[in-house]
Write a protein that binds this ligand. Structure first.
Ligand SMILES: Cc1ncc(COP(=O)(O)O)c(C=O)c1O
Length: 393
């Protein structure tokens, strides 16, 4: 298909694994998933359901949809938007608003296909997670990239300027992949004010909301958007990337259209994975504390190590990525990352994958020994780069 590119992050991760299998010393910092195994509580709960094997309703097990609705009402509270199109008569979010999907990716795609008509525009702040632009194009829409501010916050004035009569939706992902930033409450509130009274949907990709390291975080849906779709799942919070389980929350027309679409392509999400989601919801989708503690420690370690390299970065407030500013070294970060891999075995995802050349994403999910060694290699490589030696040493 001419419009579509393979996910650059998945392709690089696969390449790094291939090189490691050939006994090359590889420090793979591309992973978009936790290194943890499936949490024991999920293994135990799902083991009890293995005799079950039948189709479920396309939108998911009724008890899971209800558990997600309960969780979401509790998590976002009444401020989800008294005028939100999701709510009937200002009631709480109901099971009927929830569609369970085989990962957050199909939730996003189904939402976009339900909302976007050919030629409609969808605004995406950049840098942006690899799949947004391709998913929008696949849905027949036109992605409109709007840069974040230098501090990685929403640039609401620029978003406002990018709105046209064709704008159908804006995708907001906070905590943000690839920068690890969380968008400020003020910027998100400003955006809600700009969109007030319009038909433009905010698609809040909340997949990293359970992985936040700072107190000052307000989930996007709390700003009170009138037209809202929430995307979420268990891939990041419960280390269930391979299980393929996510969900969308939307008004009944979008949820109905998404369900009709999914009925023809995936049918229901995998049954054992739905039971995994149900168990996660009993725990309010809290990640294991050991996971959060380990991530916090690794964030500190990488922050310290990167300072020693001289490479510029912002400390991530959530998710598990650092976004390295390589513009003092190169504008061609794909090339820079390729040389880094060849010379040192360290694999980063170049900013080109996120529509932002001159940067690279470093995932800090991996063990401390690997991170430490990789940081030594990055420093060794960076100090050899033209134009930076004296500052980096
Ligand atoms: C921002 C963002 N949204 C959605 C997804 C997709 O999640 P899933 O694996 O559940 O499809 C990812 C995965 O990397 C992501 O980073």
């Amino acid at each position: 298909m001419a419009v579509m590119n393979e996910s650059a992050t998945l392709a690089l991760n696969a390449r790094a694994k291939r090189l490691a299998a050939e006994s090359k010393t590889i420090y793979n910092l591309t992973a978009g998933e936790l290194a943890d195994d499936t949490p024991p509580y999920i293994q135990a709960a799902v083991a009890k359901t293995l005799e079950k094997n039948k189709y479920t309703p396309v939108a998911g097990l009724p008890e899971l949809r209800q558990a997600i609705a309960d969780h979401v009402n509790d998590y976002y509270g009444s401020r989800i938007g008294t005028n939100s199109s999701i709510l009937d008569e200002n009631g709480p979010i109901a099971a009927a608003n929830v569609v369970v999907t085989a990962g957050a990716k199909p939730a996003l795609y189904a939402a976009l296909l339900s909302l976007v008509n050919p030629g409609d525009e969808v605004i995406v702040p950049v840098p942006a997670w690899v799949s947004y632009l391709d998913l929008i194009k696949l849905a027949g829409g036109k992605p409109v990239a709007v840069p974040l501010t230098a501090e990685y916050d929403l640039d609401v004035a620029a978003i406002k300027a990018a709105i046209t009569p064709k704008t159908k939706a804006i995708i907001i992902n906070s905590p943000h992949n690839p920068t690890g930033a969380v968008f400020s409450k003020q910027a998100v509130a400003k955006l809600a004010a700009v969109l007030k009274g319009s038909d433009i949907y905010v698609i809040a990709d909340d997949i990293y909301t359970q992985l936040v390291f700072e107190d000052d975080f307000t989930p996007v849906p709390k700003a009170g958007f009138e037209r809202l779709v929430i995307i979420n799942g268990f891939s990041k919070s419960q280390a269930l990337t391979g299980w393929r389980i996510g969900y969308l929350i939307a008004d009944k027309s979008v949820a109905g259209a998404a369900t009709a679409l999914l009925s023809h392509i995936t049918g229901n999400a995998p049954l054992p994975s739905q039971y995994a989601g149900l168990e996660a919801m009993k725990r309010h989708d809290q990640p294991p504390q050991a996971t959060l503690d380990a991530l916090l420690k690794r964030r500190e370690l990488v922050s310290k190590g990167l300072k020693a390299t001289g490479i510029k970065f912002h400390l991530p407030a959530g998710a598990f990525y650092f976004f390295l500013d390589l513009r003092d070294y190169t504008t061609n970060s794909a090339d820079w990352c390729e040389q880094l891999l060849i010379e040192t075995g360290v694999v980063l995802v170049p900013g080109e994958a996120f529509s932002t050349p001159g940067f690279a994403r470093l995932s800090f999910v991996t063990d401390e020994k690997t991170l430490n060694r990789a940081l030594v290699e990055i420093k060794r490589f960076a100090v050899k780069q033209p134009g930076r030696c004296s500052q980096a040493l």
